[in-house]
Write a protein that binds this ligand. Sequence first.
Ligand SMILES: *Cc1c(COP(=O)(O)O)cnc(C)c1O
Length: 471
Amino acid sequence: MHRSDWEGVLGVVGPVALEYLNSLPTRRVYPDGGHPEVKAALDHPLTDDGVDPVQVVAELARDLAPYITAHASGRFFGFVIGGLHPASWGAELLVSTWDQNAGLFPPTPGVAVAEELAAQWLIDLLHLPPESSVGFVTGGQMANFTCLAAARDEVLRQTGWDVEADGLVGSPGVTVVLKEGVHSTVLRALRFLGLGERSAVLVPCDNQDRVLPQALERTLEAVSGPTIIAVECGNVNTGAFDDFDSVADLADRHRAGGNPTWVHVDGAVMLLAAAAPSMSRHVKGLDRMDSWSTDGHKLLNVAYDCGVAICRNPAAHRAAMSVQASYLEQGTGARDPMDWNPEFSRRARGVGVYATLRSLGRSGVAALVDRTVSHAQRFAQALEVSDRAQVVNDVVSNQALVRWLAPDGDHGRLADRVMAGIRAEGLAFFSGTTYRGERLMRISVSDWATDTDDVDRVAQALLRHAEQGSI
Ligand SMILES: *Cc1c(COP(=O)(O)O)cnc(C)c1O
């Protein structure tokens, strides 16, 4: 390895990166080629003597380029995939270049403070309690895990049980109250936390997958002792918001009845709505919850991977995550990132949040939310005026659910044909879901780069695929 390798590598990567990013508005969204082709392209022998780094990077760019999915294209509407904000991209390049191990403040004061400010800005922007603590984790999954770990520890602590020291064996039980159809990452977090998926009590929802307050009330009346409740800010299928004020009232009453209670909100899809004045009626009471998880890499358009765990009770958050070791430099008074997330060594993934928030500004964040919502509604209208599609949900945020109407009545098969057709064409990417037993197509608009032309063009193409798929 030589010092001059840096220049050689950047000389290769710079033009490739620019060519890729500039091609996003026009390039295919989904690549051609299956596993055998990709493997054949990449499967160089691992040699004894190695290969020059410039050559490796040049060949990596060449070999992989044909098989990259354009997640940051404005025409990617699958899952809940955010785009790439230019400020985040630049910040991530710097973070990679500086190669900081951002676990503690003393070895990495620069990026630690950038994360501290990003945390403060988020709390402020989302109108959450100012005392709240923030952990930058890898995604919504780990944000749910982090918040639910704090929840588990705190509700047990209030019964006098120290789960951090003594574990769960022999502890008073914790009742976890979730919504029917809860996101799989919440169940997975329960698994990691030793609470188990099957221990959860599932509360029925209305036809938009919002928890029914009366049903939650009945459930809470039937349970006692330490209780964790989890609701949603933006359901992954319908984009709907739970009635946070009702949930908070019920939790307060449960707590007043002597039951240690913690309410968590999975806000992976739409916690950012709290930053948009136009969405205020949907997020009323959101600030009365105990913890909130969200993703930087979804609606905020920060690069992968970036999630955010926020807790009203910093002591509980820190107690669940922090660890002391004799050889570390801790307790300097400055914020140590590792006190708030489960990772030890870690990438400074909050720096992308800092850069993106600073670039967008308050009204930029609000406009980003508004734009994705209006694009989802525009899609819904364009499809519904045809007699080929029905929109199944009330499009209140950036998610729409589409039933493709097949002449032969097999709507699920037509949905799969439409999605496969447009994916093969390369114009756009959609993914499906099974919603209340029915196969549907989802539309998820989560990219700053999507514009009305994209929506109109893709909506027409979808209708064309529906026509072809109906023959
Ligand atoms: C995406 C998502 C998650 C998981 O987030 P990751 O960033 O993929 O870990 C959790 N909950 C909901 C509702 C989501 O949409």
